[in-house]
Write a protein that binds this ligand. Structure first.
Ligand code: GDD
Ligand code: MG
Length: 372
């Protein structure tokens, strides 16, 4: 069966990580983010994938190619300008079969699509939305559900006073092809605002994914968390099998006196110096270097990042080829841009890091890092 994946978004909240890199290509352990989505749909037998692209598609095409590295075959559909979630799907019409799965390309999840497809067949729905409970539905599509699985109401980005359930649309839908008839061609159309409301009472069902992992990785906090959850297995991915419980890959150079926790990943070609400590939830990507005595907890080092001796990094992302001098401290979900140079002793992300105090007990102001 087919999966259509929407990968048109800009990922503005992950800047500068997404300044020169489309969000689908942000690395998550050993794969670009989109690679995990492809492996997830392939696991459910959806190996015929249509990728609907808008923004920066050249780099995405180059990284994903024909999809075979991820167990799928990809057909590419490009928009002349962003057409919205339904408009993008409409552009793929000529490739689509009678029934297919539509996926938002920005969530990290292991939802059981096989079970959702089965439920869709049993109810005879025209569209079945994947649903997950979240604490705050306000940033999502709120779904009011009847006991028999029919959707009673759909509200995109509900106002606080409208929230009367914790169930939201998780961005994975089983659709019958005739749903395309509800989408006008040639203009921007939102599936959430123009299609789901019209299908309420007309064959729109929801399927609640109990106990599945689900996260929109679109903010620095959730990105760092998502990387950690791939490493600790909270979300089921093929990566866990590839890493096979071994935090140090063959071809990585880790000094005998360094410590690498289970639930960390030091990639082939990475180097870790004496007495460094690499904590769980940390990735040291290929070509990255960690200096003597540095401490890293829940940190994503992108390829070729260089960390000076005695650095203390926590809950942060260090861009490709960025250089941090000795004793730099970074915390609190700061993202250091690709290629940035941070002077020795700089402190960034102040709340989480103990800073030197002056004689009056005041903490010293942080120095501005060269973020670009
Ligand atoms: N090709 C293409 N063209 N893709 C698009 C376009 C477009 O014009 N606009 C958005 N997308 C893609 C985004 O890249 C993303 O993968 C997906 O469609 C959803 O768009 P977002 O902009 O991320 O929407 P959202 O997160 O605010 O809300 C959506 O996702 C929630 C779950 O994360 C909605 O579907 C909500 O109902 C849902 O709860
Ligand atoms: Mg989103």
């Amino acid at each position: 069966m087919q999966a259509v994946i929407l990968v048109g978004g800009k990922g503005t909240r992950l800047r500068p990580l997404t300044a020169d890199r489309p969000k689908p290509l942000v690395p998550v352990v050993d794969r670009p983010f989109l690679g995990h989505a492809l492996e997830w749909v392939a696991r459910h037998g959806l190996t015929d994938v249509v990728l609907c692209c808008g923004f920066r598609s050249d780099a995405v095409v180059e990284a994903i190619g024909d999809g075979s590295a991820f167990g799928v075959h990809v057909t590419w559909v490009f928009e002349p300008e962003p057409r919205g979630t339904a408009g993008a799907l409409k552009m793929a019409e000529e490739y689509l079969q009678d029934r297919f799965v539509l996926i938002n390309g920005d969530v990290l999840t292991d939802m059981d699509l096989t079970a959702q497809l089965r439920a869709h067949e049993e109810t005879g729905a025209r569209a079945t939305l994947a649903l997950v409970p979240v604490e705050d539905p306000s940033a999502y599509g709120l779904v009011r559900l009847e006991d028999d699985g029919r959707v009673r109401g759909f509200l995109e980005k509900p106002k606080p006073e409208e929230i009367d359930t914790d169930l939201i649309s998780a961005g994975a839908y089983v659709l019958e092809r005739d749903v395309l008839d509800l989408i006008p061609a040639g203009r921007e159309v939102s599936i959430e605002r123009e299609v789901w409301p019209r299908l309420v009472g007309e064959g729109l069902f929801g399927f609640v994914h109990q106990g599945a992992y689900w996260m929109d990785i679109g903010t620095p906090q959730r990105y760092v968390q998502g990387v950690g959850d791939v490493l600790n297995g909270a979300v089921r991915t093929e990566t866990l099998e590839r890493l096979a419980g071994c935090p140090v890959a063959a071809g990585a150079h880790v000094d005998d006196t360094a410590e690498v926790a289970l639930g960390a990943h030091v990639a082939s070609g990475a180097r870790v110096g004496p007495d460094a400590r690499i904590g769980a939830g940390t990735v040291v990507a290929e070509g990255a270097f960690v200096g003597a005595g540095a401490t890293l907890d829940r940190v994503v080092l992108l390829p070729g990042a260089w960390i000076g001796a005695g650095a203390v990094l926590r809950d942060c992302v260090i861009g490709e080829g960025a250089t941090l001098g000795d004793a730099v401290r970074v915390a609190d979900h700061v993202i250091i841009a690709d290629g940035a140079k941070v002077e020795a002793g700089t402190i960034l992300g102040l709340a989480g890091v103990a800073r030197p105090r002056d004689a009056a007990g005041r903490t010293t102001p942080a120095r501005e890092a060269a973020a670009h």
